[in-house]
Design a protein around this ligand. Structure first.
Ligand code: CMX
Length: 133
């Protein structure tokens, strides 16, 4: 079902504060930032080789990332796997009775289609599936 890790999501309080570590100290390539209104986050993508991280800053106190930061502080928030066909991946997971957060694909950053699986169904790791737009 999964092709590769698309990105690792890292919750931060401030993109501006977090960016210099990844871009300037670790030398990752800044690919841009955008607001994902639906998810109440501002995100920044940074690449290292074929791999990417997504820094996540909440835009509202009721953002899932704000809740995560309050409870855990900054740190790894989710792992996103790329799939070819998100609709059929979700259908397969439903058949296997895996608990989903998103029953249907929704819009993510960079025009991708995304859906989250519940961390209680995935060994405590919040898992995102994404399909390129
Ligand atoms: N990783 C692992 N476990 C997590 C988690 C995370 N990121 N976020 C919450 N949990 C766990 C909590 O620790 C808690 O476990 P316990 O009951 O054992 O304490 C449980 O899930 C419930 O957590 P909660 O704090 O009560 O929060 P909610 O149930 O309200 O929400 C979740 C949790 C995962 C359903 C919600 O955060 C969600 O819908 N996430 C998906 C959307 C999202 O995260 N969007 C932001 C990123 C968007 C993007 O990348 O574009």
């Amino acid at each position: 079902m999964t092709k590769k890790i698309n990105h690792i999501g890292i919750a931060v309080r401030s993109l501006d504060t977090a960016l210099p570590l990844y871009r300037d100290v670790l030398g990752m390539t800044f690919e841009g930032s955008e607001e994902v209104v639906d998810q109440k986050v501002k995100v920044a993508f940074l690449a290292t080789g074929e791999s990417r991280i997504e820094l996540l800053e909440p835009t509202s106190p009721d953002s899932p990332v704000a809740k995560y930061l309050e409870k855990n502080g900054e740190g790894i928030h989710h792992i996103a796997y790329e799939v070819d066909d998100l609709g059929s991946a979700l259908a397969e997971l439903k058949k296997q009775e895996i608990r989903l957060i998103d029953q249907e694909p929704r819009g993510g950053a960079h025009g991708t289609r995304i859906a989250f699986l519940h961390p209680k169904a995935t060994g405590g790791v919040l898992t995102e599936l994404c399909q390129a737009g």
